[in-house]
Design a protein around this ligand. Structure first.
Ligand code: PGA
Length: 251
C-alpha cells in the first residue's frame, strides 16, 4: 500500500534564523508517530543545518532543485553529490516556477531525473498544465507528454525513488484550487498513463501528490480522493500550524 506524503516547498523564503525557528515549530507541532511521510524543502544554504536539526525526527529534507551535471564550471549551481554529502535525501525537480522562469524543458528534466536517481536521491517530479491548456481542453495531453518526455525511459526499479506531484499551474499561489473532483480525475488519468507503460506494480505503488493552494481548510477533502496520496504545499508550508493541520489531514 502506498504511503501518504506531505511535502513543504519553502521556495525562496526564510533566512537561516527563520529556518531554524520554523523547524523548531514544526518539531513541536507535527505528529511524531504519524503514518505520513513528511518532507520539508528549505533553500540551498539552509539544507545542511536543516538536516542536522531534524536528525532525530521523522521529517526528511529535500532540495528544491539540482543541476544535471556531476560537477564542473557551472557557476551558481549545485550537484546531486553535494546534496547527498550534506544528508539531503530528496530533490524536487520540474517545479512550474523552474519551468517558467528558468526555462527547464521536459528533456532537461529527464537528465536531472537520471542524475538524481544515479545518486540515489528520491525525486519529487512536478508537472501540470497552465490555465490556457485547461481552457483549450489540452490538459490531459500536455500532462501525458510531460510524463512521457521526462520519465518514460526509466526502468521499473527506478520508480521506487519517484514521487509524482501534479500541480496545475493556475492553482499555484493563486488561492484557486483544483476541485477535489478535478484533482481525482487527473490523478486517475496519471495513474492509468503510468499503468499503460509500466504496469500495475509501478502504477499502484507510485505516490501522486496534489499541489496548488492546498490549505488547512481544503486539504482533507482533496486528500480523501482515492488517487491523491498527499500534497506538495507552498504558502501554507511556511506556517507551522497550517502545515501541521495539513499533515493531520493526510492521516
Ligand atoms: P502553493 O504552492 O501551495 O502556494 O499554491 C504549491 C507549490 O508551488 O508547490
Amino acid at each position: 500500500m502506498r504511503q501518504k506524503i506531505v511535502a513543504g516547498n519553502w521556495k525562496m523564503h526564510k533566512n537561516a534564523e527563520e529556518t531554524e525557528d520554523l523547524l523548531n515549530d514544526l518539531i513541536d507541532k507535527l505528529p511524531s508517530d504519524a503514518e505520513v511521510h513528511i518532507i520539508v524543502a528549505p533553500t540551498f544554504v539552509n539544507l545542511a543545518s536543516a538536516v542536522e536539526h531534524l536528525e532525530f525526527t521523522n521529517i526528511n529534507v529535500a532540495a528544491q532543485n539540482m543541476h544535471q551535471a556531476e560537477g564542473g564550471a557551472f557557476t551558481g549551481e549545485i550537484s546531486a553529490d553535494m546534496l547527498k554529502s550534506v544528508g539531503v535525501s530528496t530533490v524536487i525537480l520540474g517545479h512550474s516556477e523552474r519551468r517558467a522562469y528558468f526555462h527547464e524543458s521536459n528533456s532537461l528534466l529527464k537528465s536531472k531525473v537520471d542524475t538524481a536517481l544515479k545518486h540515489e536521491l528520491v525525486v519529487i517530479f512536478c508537472f501540470g498544465e497552465e490555465l490556457k491548456d485547461r481552457q483549450s481542453g489540452n490538459h490531459f495531453n500536455l500532462v501525458e507528454n510531460q510524463l512521457k518526455d521526462s520519465l518514460f525511459h526509466l526502468a521499473e526499479k527506478d520508480w521506487a525513488n519517484i514521487i509524482l506531484a501534479y500541480e496545475p499551474v493556475w492553482a499555484i499561489g493563486t488561492g484557486e484550487t483544483a476541485s477535489p473532483e478535478q484533482a481525482q480525475e487527473m490523478h486517475e488519468f496519471i495513474r492509468n498513463t503510468i499503468d499503460s507503460k509500466f504496469g500495475k506494480n509501478v502504477s499502484e505503488n507510485v505516490a501522486i501528490l496534489y499541489g496548488g493552494s492546498v490549505k488547512p481548510d481544503n486539504a482533507r477533502e482533496i486528500f480523501s480522493k482515492p488517487d491523491v496520496d498527499g500534497g506538495l504545499i507552498g504558502g501554507a508550508a511556511l506556517k507551522a500550524d497550517d502545515f501541521a493541520t495539513i499533515v493531520s489531514a493526510a492521516i
